[in-house]
Design a protein around this ligand. Structure first.
Ligand code: SF4
Length: 318
C-alpha cells in the first residue's frame, strides 16, 4: 500500500453499546485519528443501551455514534402481494388472508418487521437476524458509501478471551464487503477494558451494574435460562413486548403460530397437544425449573445471548 493510500484510510469503529466496543472507541480517540462510529439498532435493544450509545460522544468528547436501522418495507410489500395472490388458492379462509395481509404494513421496528416478512422468528439454526439487522445495514448504509471514497478500516472490539471461537480470529483480515477488519484489543484482558473506561472517567453501560452479563438484544434468541429469568425479573416490559410480537407474527403467517424461542412443544397445554411454547411459558418455567425436560434440553444447547457475528456487533455472554 502506498503512503498516499494509507493516508486516505477512513476509520470506522463498530459500537455495540458494550464494554469492549466502548473501549475500542476510546482507543480510537486516543490514537488521534479522525474516525466514525456506527451502531445497528435492531429494534430489540434495551433503552439503557440506546441512551448510552446516543450520549457516548457527550461523555467522551468523541464523534457521535451513527445509528443505522434495517428497512424491510420492500420485503413486506412483496410478501403481502404473495399472500393476497396465493393463500386464497390454497383454501385459506378470507378473514385469515386479510388479517395477515394487513399486518404486512411496516411497523418501523426492524426486528418485528423482519419477523413478519419471514413469517417467523430467527433461531440458532436460522440466525438470519445478525446479518439482516446488523451486518447488512452497516455494510450498505455506512461502509459501502465510505468505500466509494477510499479504503476503510473497521475497528472491532473483539477479545480472544471472550470465547474459543473469537480466539481463533485474526488480528486483521479483509471483509467481503471490501473493508479491512482490525481487532485492536484482541489480547486485552477484562481488566484492561475496565482500566480504559476508568482512564476516561466513563461509566460503562448501566446494564452491567444491573447484573447483565452482556449487552445486545433484550432478549437474544440464544439467551440462557438464567439470562431469561433475570430479564423477566428486572425488565418485564421487554417480555410483554416479545409476547405481543409473538401474537402479531403468528397472525401474519399461515401456520397461525410463532414463538420467539425455537419450537419446543408445551407440555402444560393439554387442551392443544403439539402447541409450541410462547415466551411467557418459558419465563414461568425459568422461575420454577420444575418439570419441563424439553425446555431444559433446549436451554442446555443455548450458547448464551449474543451474535456470533465476526463484526463484533454484539457481545458474547460473560
Ligand atoms: S443479539 Fe441475538 S437476537 Fe439479536 S441479532 Fe444477535 S443473535 Fe439475533
Amino acid at each position: 500500500m502506498s503512503c498516499g493510500h494509507l493516508s486516505r484510510v477512513q476509520h470506522l469503529v463498530n459500537v455495540s453499546g458494550g464494554k469492549d466496543s466502548t473501549a475500542t472507541y476510546l482507543l480510537a480517540m486516543e490514537s488521534g485519528r479522525p474516525f466514525r462510529a456506527v451502531f445497528a439498532d435492531t429494534g430489540n435493544e434495551h433503552e439503557l443501551t440506546m441512551e448510552y450509545v446516543a450520549r457516548l460522544h457527550e461523555r467522551t468528547g468523541g464523534p457521535k455514534v451513527e445509528v443505522v436501522r434495517a428497512d424491510f418495507s420492500r420485503q413486506l410489500a412483496k410478501h403481502k402481494a404473495y399472500i393476497l395472490e396465493r393463500w386464497p388458492l390454497e383454501g385459506i379462509p378470507d378473514h385469515i388472508v386479510q388479517e395477515a395481509a394487513a399486518l404486512h404494513a411496516p411497523t418501523g421496528n426492524p426486528y418485528l418487521d423482519l419477523c413478519i416478512s419471514k413469517g417467523r422468528f430467527p433461531s440458532r439454526m436460522a440466525q438470519f437476524c445478525t446479518d439482516e439487522l446488523k451486518t447488512i445495514p452497516i455494510t450498505f448504509q455506512v461502509v459501502g458509501p465510505m468505500l466509494r471514497r477510499g479504503p476503510v478500516l473497521q475497528w472491532l472490539g473483539i477479545r480472544a478471551a471472550e470465547s474459543r471461537n473469537r480466539a481463533k480470529q485474526p488480528r486483521f483480515n479483509h471483509h467481503e464487503a471490501g473493508s479491512m477488519l482490525w481487532r485492536p484489543i484482541f489480547h486485552w484482558s477484562l481488566e484492561d477494558v475496565w482500566a480504559m473506561h476508568r482512564r476516561h472517567a466513563l461509566r460503562p453501560n448501566p446494564l452491567y451494574a444491573l447484573g447483565m452479563g452482556r449487552v445486545g438484544c433484550m432478549p437474544c434468541i440464544n439467551c440462557r435460562k438464567n439470562e431469561l429469568q433475570e430479564i423477566a425479573r428486572q425488565f418485564p416490559d421487554h417480555i410483554d413486548r416479545i409476547e405481543q410480537w409473538e401474537a402479531i407474527v403468528a397472525a401474519a403467517n399461515k401456520r397461525r403460530s410463532s414463538t420467539f424461542f425455537a419450537a419446543v412443544t408445551d407440555p402444560t397445554d393439554v387442551d392443544r397437544p403439539g402447541t409450541y411454547s410462547g415466551v411467557r411459558t418459558l419465563v414461568e418455567w425459568s422461575k420454577t425449573s420444575r418439570g419441563g425436560r424439553q425446555y431444559q434440553m433446549f436451554f442446555d444447547q443455548q450458547s448464551g445471548g449474543g451474535c456470533s457475528s465476526d463484526l463484533a456487533l454484539c457481545e458474547m455472554a460473560a
